[in-house]
Design a binder for this molecule. Structure first.
Ligand code: ZN
Length: 370
């Protein structure tokens, strides 16, 4: 006869096995096709054919429509498809709501995001929430969202990214991106260089809290950061070859997050600093610019070579000071002190070294940031 004690005993065994099973199974979703290089936009119809996609909805901005969206519409039209087009202005929940409730998305089997970071994020989240595939066609290289599985959306109540699916395909035309304002490219570099800090935060969370840590995902993110530092001068020339290097690094960062199953390898204390600035000084600077400046100071807290991070950013022409971020020293210090509260579930060096107003001020001064 099964007593209550025995039943509990067996339930515990089943629960333990279930936990072990869940820990063992690690699902990785990756893009199927990544096209990088000069003129790859022209191959979008072949990508559609290869993937068996038939009913595209293009989500784009007004400016990016004339840069690449219109051409995508034309090519797909010539291939016998009938693409719908939706324009989005902001990366907020209202816009995502409008796209995912549109009549156009109901008929679509794929959402093609053509534009900068904001458009890509809206298209990615709308596709995810509508069970449609997503294709990423970036026109700038300002952050690592072009190939990642997360989307940064305002009004979600969370200053950090929301979960979505990675793109089924990434079509990143380096010629188009090389013609975008250089500030976007420099910002993308800041985002990637920050990975030398975020991987350390991840390792720390593993050592201190036993959080899952993946050596492979971590190495991939770190390698991307080193690649950008090594190619800083090439990138600063703002030509196709430098942009291509950055695009490869951004795609690798997206892949590293997909392998990790979270943004952990690519988002640590330097991102907490940036997210905090988005709250207390909205619109002052770009995401990657803030991450770059944050990574100088967080690298010092980690005991890393913060001076080489700073000089890498300088060579690229990315901001390295509060002034270049259009914020006052007081705001910068406030962001440093309060960053750890922005995302309490993300353990970083800021939980280990509790910055006060005076120690944060000294850190920023020592790093030449203020
Ligand atoms: Zn980022």
């Amino acid at each position: 006869m099964l007593t209550a004690g025995k039943a509990l005993f067996y339930t515990c065994i089943v629960a333990k096995r279930l936990v072990a099973y869940l820990n063992e199974v690690h699902r990785i979703n990756l893009p199927r096709i990544v096209l990088l290089g000069k003129g790859v936009l022209e191959s979008i119809a072949e990508v559609f054919g290869e993937l068996g996609l038939k009913r595209p909805l293009i989500v784009t901005g007004e400016n990016t429509y004339s840069i690449a969206g219109e051409r995508v519409e034309e090519i797909l039209g010539e291939a016998g498809l009938v693409p719908e087009v939706l324009f989005c202005k902001k990366a907020d929940l209202d816009t995502v709501y409008k796209v995912k409730n549109s009549a156009q998305i109901r008929n679509a089997d794929v959402v093609v995001g053509v534009g900068g970071g904001r458009t890509i994020d809206v298209a990615k989240l709308s596709a995810y929430q509508s069970n449609a595939f997503f294709i990423s066609v970036p026109t700038t290289a300002s952050h690592d969202g072009i190939a990642s599985s997360s989307a940064s959306i305002k009004g979600s109540g969370k200053p950090y990214s929301l979960k979505a699916n990675p793109p089924l395909a990434v079509i990143a035309d380096s010629q188009i991106i090389a013609e975008s304002p250089y500030r976007f490219t420099a910002s993308g570099c800041g985002d990637v260089i920050g990975k030398s800090v975020s991987v350390q935060d991840w390792r720390l969370a593993h050592e201190d809290n036993g959080e899952y840590y993946g050596e492979y995902a971590s190495s991939l993110a770190l390698m991307s950061s080193r690649l950008i530092m090594r190619n800083a001068e090439l990138i600063s020339e703002n030509k196709e070859a430098g942009v291509r290097t950055l695009l490869e690094a951004l795609v690798s960062c997206g892949v590293s997050m997909s392998i990790a199953g979270s943004s952990r390898p690519c988002s640590g204390s330097e991102h907490l600093f940036s997210h905090t600035l988005d709250i207390i000084a909205p619109g002052a600077a770009m995401h990657g610019e803030q991450c770059g400046v944050g990574s100088i100071m967080m690298a010092k807290l980690h005991g890393l070579d913060w001076e080489s991070i700073r000089s890498g950013l300088e060579k690229i022409g990315a901001p390295t000071t509060a002034k270049a971020l259009n914020i006052s020293p007081e705001i910068l210090v406030k962001a440093l002190v309060t960053a750890r509260e922005t995302r309490p579930d993300r353990y970083t060096i800021l939980d280990k070294i509790n910055l006060t107003k005076s120690s944060a001020w000294k850190l920023a001064e020592d790093c030449g940031v203020i």
